[in-house]
Design a protein around this ligand. Sequence first.
Ligand code: LLP
Length: 463
Amino acid sequence: MSRSAHPAGPRHADVLPEGHYSAPAADLNVLDPKVWAQTVERDADGVVTVGGMTVTQLAEEYGTPAYVLDEADFRARARAWRTAFGNDADVFYAGKAFLSRAVVRWLAEEGLNLDVCSGGELATALSAGMPADRIAFHGNNKSPEEIERAVRADVGRIVLDSFQEIVRVAHIAQSLGKRQRVQIRITVGVEAHTHEFIATAHEDQKFGIPLAGGQAAEAVRRALQLDGLEVIGIHSHIGSQIFDMSGFEVAAHRVVGLLKDIRDEHGVELPEIDLGGGLGIAYTSDDDPREPHEIAKALTEIVTRECEGARLRTPRISVEPGRAIVGPTAFTLYEVGTVKPLDGLRTYVSVDGGMSDNIRTALYDAEYSVALVSRTSDAQPMLVRVVGKHCESGDIVVKDAFLPGDLAPGDLIAVPATGAYCRSMASNYNHVLRPPVVAVRDGEARVIVRRETEEDLLRLDVG
Ligand code: LLP
């Protein structure tokens, strides 16, 4: 990063990066089903509807910005994952992508399990009635209190992330007179091709115990000796927003190698292997994600083949998709506040939210799509940058996109594929209030997480 001053100019405002799509879609009114929730369409007046509700109705009733979540789509995707893996595998929805009590109930009804990674997520899961034996508890630094709550609740598994934690969980379980089912999270040395901050299985990072240098084998050795633990398997999560299955292939190969070593050394065949989450979704029309049944088939084949090669019984597989289930099911609905053309560069479109409801663009350089949803337009496309209302020039929601040239204050625009890691990573920066999550289904809308109020803010500020 440059620390010296330089003349302002295209250096900060470089127009479209090389290789980026440079032409607008043929018709900006068309909504690409790849990036929009399943029930999204335009009605006869050109207004976008979802779950049978128009965005204008939703904006009127619930205000903007708002995350609008298509419940039928969520359930359909959850079911598709469940069905794809069948009865010989388990699907754990990764709650970090987005968690609320309604979501927990949908998951429980659709037969999925749940991965939580904090006391708060655990509390949400339990309070909405997810059976504890269907919960996996994750995290690289679970507090003793969190561990105790999880053990007392009888969660189905705790995923151990360090040598200290092996001892900590064993001790707590034993002192409660329990034997806790655990998996051991290892890093297999795979670098999934994704943003550095969301790639997790290369070795130079905080998660898991490295396979390298025999550390993972040593962790298993120690865990097997502790009475408070029942070691049920090995866990590997290689990163997020991954399209290429080859990373999973290498990971499975290495995990199975460890299972074989464990069998040879201890005479124990661990019954489970978890390959984590990380499957990519389409944020723009350029992305081509795989369907759950293709992923299930590929992962099952890889593990089965590897186990046959190692003469091991094929363990029960589990996966932890978060983004791939919830990501495509929601869009963020904004009202346009200002439209500012900058000659020769682009037009800045300011909306009533921003980096507080979607930090992913600023944090990961994430790409998003955007559409005018309160009407159609035949105006010429204009190159826009959709920005928020925060006091920061990096407050960008959509970096490069096209919207109709007659876009005006008061229009509603929507950014699709914001179901994952947007509400769950939302902040109160600038004391902006976090938007509600409104679930729509069959012509009805229901607030599942309400809008934050100034009262909420002031309640925490005890003066
Ligand atoms: N399992 C484990 C152990 C994880 O750490 C994660 C994500 C998942 C499953 C779910 O991954 P998914 O299927 O949702 O990609 N905030 C970042 C993503 C961080 C992911 C952290 N762990 C983002 O907005 O892209």
